[in-house]
Ligand binder design. Structure first.
Ligand code: F6P
Length: 750
């Protein structure tokens, strides 16, 4: 109703103004027409009187003439009649003739159409007509009409005009209200559906009840999608992605909402080493990617405090400001019992989900006791997020397979939060995922997210297929969205990346100096060729396959024996899991075997360093090597590949990269290999070691261009931009819904 009034009130005002302008016009016209009438009547009367006057041509008989005049003035509109004969000064007139009119000043009334005079009882119309009464005689007839009937007629006209406009206003208002109601209802339904991205056209009649709106809706939907993608790609490519641009997006597009990151692994681990406390940076792609984001955006990072000195370094709220040397954000630690850590982290996450999602031929193990811990710990993380949220609608970035249930748990407590979940590992096909006894719970948990991100489109598609197979959810394959319980989750590809340019401290030592220092450090000849591998000691990384490829190189190209050494940095990881322990043993054993066969020529074939390395040490190795070998059997992205490229600002070095990494899709200038094919890998190593510097430079330049352009700020920025768009859409839908509700209230008041 309120909406209709918005149309009707201006309409009524307009009609009122129109009526106000029309009334004087009608008045004027009525007067003009009436005067014209009177003038014609005057001529008619004069013609009628002329005859009897001619009969009295020689001598006017006043009595007879007056009686004639009297008869004429019986007409209610004729007020007075008079006659001025020849040059006579006296007028022969009925008694009603106004005193102001005399035979001597008739000329002033001789105007076309007559003259209006103010009489004692109102307006009078004066007309003078010349009459010839004989051959040589003539006179002037003075005709006075009463104009009061014109005033009456004018007043009547005004009433008619008023009724006419009032009727018009009423009809137009009713029609306007009806049309407005019908179109508004239809439009709002259409727009709401569009906002929700519902398939208006795929489900005829489901969302739009006004059939004529469908073509418009189709065009509108297409237009919105085009504009959005154009806007995004334009924005994306036009932005130079830096910490600053990320901050701008956060403040501009998300009005400075607080950002909460939640992950299992913490970015800084405090460890007791003797009497001292040391800070460690974990070997984690997740930390590598998110740490620069948090430095840029501030906010809070919630993670498991797993370091031996972690409890000694937090405040009373379990928080510590990091990075320790230049604090930029808060790290909030979550404490887990030994049992919780064993069940949730080692058990369900790393013995269950990890092998389930990586096709690396290690059987997943699922235990109900692990699942119970997984649920409890996820709830712990979700509660901490709720506690740390400063607003009802924070932006929460949930990380990885450890916390699959957190998005739904959060959605229940913070329905207005924007929850962006990123799954850092591959998502398998539905058949493989079906192995998990809690597959529905995991998927439903993830669908609490506003946006769910994967590294590759292939993983997005696998996830959507999984939902389609196991859930009672609506899957929109075109827009890649899933709606569960009325709540929509967008499924999007966001290839993760690294900080660009790398921290200055990591690149401080010149590449040439790194070459010398690393060879010296490992007691290698100064001209020794070096290959480098950097991984957690994880069976998915293909370290055994890598070593076998080096062995095959020596077999196929013996000229490299003694001239080429492969250095493997292997960070200990998940050591309490049997598979990891036995894998570690196998790696050590394999390296030893190969060294036994090919190492006795002045330099070892393989140098294996199973220990933690700080980022600066890793970069020193990258910058010293001729090649970097990434041979993952299955990897979501693999940031080692990108780090190697970033470290080589000297544009030297060759990347040998497994085709089973997400990175291989982005870095085609690497030498792409199948890690299961030892001969192919050995050939690639040989090509890398003999590649001319110019070709190394050309390949490296292209790869550096890509990593610099698609850096980690772009990864996070795209997610935040999408989240901002989503928030705007939701607000629009809510606005339109509140309009509908208030319309409903108005109706009941009516
Ligand atoms: O690759 C998956 C992942 O969770 C990464 O995100 C992270 O870099 C790595 O595993 C570290 O694993 P963890 O935290 O168990 O040491």
């Amino acid at each position: 109703m309120r909406l209709s009034l918005r149309f009707v009130i201006p309409l009524l005002i307009t009609l009122g103004i129109l009526a106000y302008a029309v009334v004087p016009l009608v008045d004027k016209l009525t007067l003009r027409w009436s005067m014209h009438d009177l003038d014609i009547r005057a001529t008619l009367i004069a013609n009628t009187i002329q005859e009897p006057l001619q009969d009295q041509a020689e001598s006017i008989q006043p009595k007879k003439l007056l009686s004639l005049f009297k008869r004429v003035t019986d007409d209610e509109r004729v007020y007075a009649l008079g006659y001025c004969a020849g040059n006579a000064a006296t007028m022969l007139a009925t008694p009603s003739m106004p005193k102001t009119i005399s035979c001597t000043d008739l000329d002033q009334f001789r105007t076309t159409g007559g003259t209006v005079l103010n009489g004692e009882r109102g307006l009078l119309h004066v007309a003078i007509r010349s009459l010839s009464t004989g051959i040589n005689s003539s006179g002037n007839l003075v005709l006075i009409h009463d104009m009061s009937f014109i005033e009456r007629r004018s007043a009547e006209s005004k009433i008619y005009v008023f009724y006419f406009f009032a009727g018009l206003a009423l009809i137009v208002s009713i029609l306007t209200v009806i049309i407005a109601q019908l179109s508004w209802r239809g439009w709002m339904q259409g727009i709401r559906s569009l906002m929700r991205g519902e398939g208006l056209l795929r489900q005829p009649g489901a969302s739009i009840h006004v059939p004529e709106l469908r073509p418009i809706a189709r065009d509108l939907q297409r237009l919105v999608a085009d504009l959005e993608s154009e806007h995004r790609s334009r924005d994306e490519s036009q932005i130079s992605w830096t910490p600053e641009s990320l901050r701008t997006i956060l403040h501009g597009e998300l009005s400075g909402k607080d950002v909460i990151v939640v992950s299992n692994r913490e970015p800084y681990i405090h460890q007791h080493t003797g009497a001292r406390i040391e800070v460690q940076r974990p070997a984690s792609g997740l930390v590598t990617a998110l740490e620069p984001i948090m430095r840029a955006c501030s906010g809070i990072w919630i993670a498991h405090g797993g370091g031996s000195a972690d409890r000694d370094t937090v405040d009373q709220h379990d928080r510590v400001a990091v990075p320790p040397d230049n604090p930029a954000y808060q790290l909030r630690r979550i404490w887990l019992t030994k049992e919780e850590e064993a069940g949730y982290y080692y058990g369900f996450a790393n013995e269950g989900l990890w092998p389930l999602c990586h096709i690396a031929h290690v059987r997943p193990t699922f235990r109900s006791s692990d699942w119970a811990h997984y649920v409890t710990v996820n709830q712990k993380f979700a509660d901490a997020v709720v506690k740390e949220a400063k607003t009802i609608d924070p932006v929460v970035l949930v990380q990885d397979y450890h916390l699959a249930l957190v998005p739904r748990m959060l959605r229940e407590k913070l329905p207005d939060a924007t929850i962006i979940t990123f799954w850092h590992i591959p998502w398998p096909n539905p058949e493989s995922f079906a192995i998990c006894p809690w597959r529905e719970e995991i998927v439903a948990g993830l669908l609490g997210s506003s946006i769910l991100g994967f590294h590759t489109q292939f993983h997005c598609n696998n996830f959507v297929d999984t939902v389609d197979r196991f859930m009672e959810a609506r899957v929109d394959r075109e827009a890649l969205g899933v709606t569960l319980g009325g709540k929509k989750t967008l499924i999007r590809r966001y290839p993760i990346s690294i900080d660009w340019p790398p921290e200055k401290a990591l690149m401080a030592k010149p590449a040439e100096q790194c070459r010398q220092d690393i060879r010296e450090q490992h007691s290698l000849p100064i001209n020794q060729f070096i290959g480098i591998g950097v991984d957690r000691l994880d069976y998915t990384k293909g370290i055994i396959e890598r070593f076998r490829a080096v062995e095959r190189l020596y077999e196929l190209k013996p000229e490299w024996i003694g001239r080429f050494t492969f250095i493997q940095i292997a960070a200990p990881t998940r050591s309490s899991i049997f598979e990891y322990k036995s894998h570690e043993e196998l790696v050590i054993q394999t390296a030893a075997q190969i060294n036994e066969r090919f190492g006795g020529h002045g330099a070892p074939a393989i140098i294996l360093k199973v220990e933690h390395h700080e980022p600066w040490q890793v970069y020193e190795h990258y910058r010293a090597a001729e090649l970097c070998f990434v041979s993952s059997l299955h990897d979501g992205m693999n940031l080692v590949a990108k780090e190697f490229v970033a470290a080589r600002e000297d544009q030297r070095g060759v990347l040998v990269l497994s085709q089973f990494t997400g990175a291989a899709r982005e870095l085609p200038e690497a030498l792409t290999v199948n890690p299961y094919d030892a001969d192919q890998c050995a050939a690639a190593l040989h090509v890398a070691l003999t590649m001319p510097l110019t070709e190394q430079r050309d390949r490296m330049r292209l790869m550096r261009g890509l990593v610099s352009e698609f850096n980690v700020y772009r990864w996070a920025g795209r997610m935040l931009l999408d989240a901002a768009t989503m928030r705007r859409r939701i607000h629009l839908v809510e606005k339109s819904e509140s309009l509908t509700i208030s319309k409903g209230v108005g109706r009941s008041n009516d």
